[in-house]
Unconditional design. Structure first.
Lengths: 249, 345
């Protein structure tokens, strides 16, 4: 069997997820034993002009040019993976959607603004079909490996749809709310093994909101801990602003 | 019945001595009035006065992630090898509620088909209990289920009586520890009387926390299947699964295959699962037997107070109070029972 041709692409992002892949160490060598990387800007300069077996997409879609580019990549790819918060849920680039597009464009490119057409930030699956998701900012390396193996095997990978709390409890962390700190674990999809909380940080919601966040219960909790809706939305929107695009449809 | 005493100033020597033989796990403080069982090597690391740990000691009996099989499908083979992961260890300072929790798990996993992984692991763990002289906090309901006093299930049992521990030696393993560590002294009548005094005081302190005769609980649940109480709980529940993860008797698990990059070999692992997650009762085709949080909460309570009584003649609530303590939505076990009682009158 020929090794699948795999290409990595980046859109609006910090390229931190590529760095996570490049930093896999020995495991990266194992992966390179079973796939053939044909494009990966972070680590090589070669290009590939045929079909991709697997395209791995980092970054969110923020310009008309990016829309064209991702559509072209999709057409050339048998399987498409979105990885990292920017690609899977829009991520922090979504904060752009808090502002008027012209206003923000002039702020960034004062006199040259007219040369930079812009659109609201979108997650990759808000533009093209996505087959696999590796959520997180950055991606959680063990989950990336899990997804790669699922792709190679041709089986689906389901992103856990329970709260981060479920994994956090298994790791026996003291609950952030008991420390008097607001944490987005209760509304955020698990799968990261509560990576941040294990290391003393809060959950920022980078993996996206669970499908059913039990809104009534969440409201009760905000009342109990005296958290205003504005503050909560502010925290949620740091990573999850692009959610609104789906809601509007 | 054999009793010995351990002077408090000898506790450190005892733990140091034990830790040279095997891993010793004991409750330690994690700050913010939270405790966890962790490995210790000195007596000073142990929180002798502690409220139930975040996770119960079940984490040593059925680990959160456990490999049960390794498989190999190279060259058309179908080889599977059963794996048992275990650690020899001594658990020190286990409260009576948690001893009852371990007894419940023993009953479940010894039922046919027997869970050999659990049974093999259980036999490698020595249990040293520790009596509660008073309530840990307002969430406990140990008297309701008669767990404020020891009901066996330990090798040694410590009762803190001021400047010494009275120690009940319950098994050969326990006796072995006594003779190996050489820090114990014989107990006499004065020591025993001091414990009698404590037990008399405990009878005054510990009163049934819920206004119901415990014998009537299964009947109460029989009548409460369609109660409004469950729907109210359903509205409040976050479905985070904290209540089941911290429960000393919840034992549901999921099984996953973790394949290696060669796509031929791998391992099968079991992971704690929770009936509170929306995905728990979802089956092929998308049907979900417990789609709503109300049904899931009801199921949890029935798994504590009804089903195990029918099947094993014991409550699977140990009264530890962990589910109430950990619930961000303030779903309180004693309140739920009170609400069911009020509604059924």
């Amino acid at each position: 069997m020929n090794k699948p041709k795999v290409a990595f692409f980046d859109f609006a992002c910090c390229e931190g997820c590529q760095l996570q892949v490049a930093n896999l160490g020995e495991q990266l060598l194992d992966i390179l034993g079973v796939i053939d990387v044909v494009e990966f800007r972070e680590v090589m300069s070669e290009k590939w002009n045929k079909e991709y077996d697997v395209a791995i997409i980092e970054g969110s879609i923020t310009t008309p040019h990016a829309v064209d580019r991702i559509k072209k990549i999709r057409k050339r790819s048998k399987v498409l993976i979105a990885y990292g918060s920017c690609a899977t849920i829009g991520g922090i680039n979504g904060m752009k959607n808090n502002f008027e597009l012209d206003e923000i464009r002039e702020h960034v490119y004062p006199d040259n603004a007219k040369h930079f057409p812009t659109i609201p930030t979108m997650a990759v699956d808000q533009v093209v079909k996505v087959d696999y998701y590796v959520n997180g900012c950055p991606i959680y390396p063990p989950e990336f490996l899990k997804v790669i193996k699922a792709v190679l095997k041709g089986i689906p990978y389901a992103v856990p749809d329970k709260a981060v709390c479920a994994e956090c409890k298994l790791n026996e962390n003291v609950c952030m709310y008991e420390k008097g700190v607001i944490c987005l674990g209760p509304v955020t999809k698990a799968g990261c093994n509560s990576w941040c909380i294990n290391n003393g940080n809060i959950c920022y919601g980078c993996r996206g909101v669970v499908t059913n966040p039990q809104e009534q219960a969440q409201n009760d909790i905000m009342v109990k801990y005296k958290i205003s809706l504005d503050l909560m939305l502010n925290k949620m929107n740091m990573y999850n602003k692009c959610r609104e695009i789906d809601k509007d449809e | 019945m054999k009793y010995v005493i351990l002077k408090k100033n000898k506790l450190d020597e005892f733990i140091v001595n034990l830790s040279k033989q095997k891993k010793v796990m004991a409750p330690v403080s994690k700050g913010y009035n939270n405790y966890a069982f962790e490995e210790v090597t000195r007596g000073g690391q142990i929180a002798l006065k502690y409220i139930p740990t975040i996770l119960p000691p079940k984490k040593y009996f059925m680990p959160q992630y456990e490999t049960v099989v390794e498989y190999d499908t190279k060259d058309g083979k179908q080889n599977m090898e059963a794996i048992v992961e275990y650690d020899e260890m001594i658990l020190f300072g286990v409260h009576t509620c948690d001893l009852a929790g371990i007894q419940s798990l023993n009953v479940v996993f010894s039922d046919r088909p027997k869970d050999l992984n659990y049974i093999i692991r259980k036999n490698k763990i020595i249990l040293i209990g520790l009596e509660c002289n008073d309530y840990c906090d307002e969430h406990a309901s140990c008297k309701l289920v008669n767990n404020e006093l020891p009901n066996g299930g330990y090798d040694l049992f410590f009762t803190d009586l001021g400047d010494f521990f009275l120690v009940h030696v319950n098994t050969w393993e326990g006796e072995n520890l006594i003779s190996l560590t050489k820090v114990f002294e014989p107990a006499d009548d004065i020591h025993m009387k001091k414990r009698e005094k404590l037990r008399a005081k405990k009878r005054e302190i510990f009163k049934n926390e819920v206004k119901i005769n415990p014998d009537q609980i299964p009947d109460l649940f029989d009548r409460s299947h369609n109660s409004k109480v469950w729907y109210k709980l359903g509205e409040r529940c976050l479905s985070c699964g904290n209540c089941t993860n911290v429960c000393p008797t919840c034992h549901c698990f999921d099984v996953e295959d973790e394949i290696n990059l060669d796509l031929k070999t791998g391992k099968r692992i079991r992971i704690w699962d929770s009936c509170q997650h929306e995905s728990f009762a979802k089956v092929a085709g998308g049907e979900n037997f417990r789609r709503k949080a109300a049904g899931r909460q009801r199921h949890r309570y029935f798994r504590k107070f009804k089903y195990p009584v029918d099947k094993f003649s014991r409550y699977f609530c140990t009264g530890c109070g962990r589910c109430s303590r950990t619930c961000m939505a303030d779903i309180r076990l004693k309140e739920t029972l009170d609400d069911l009682i009020k509604e059924s009158i």
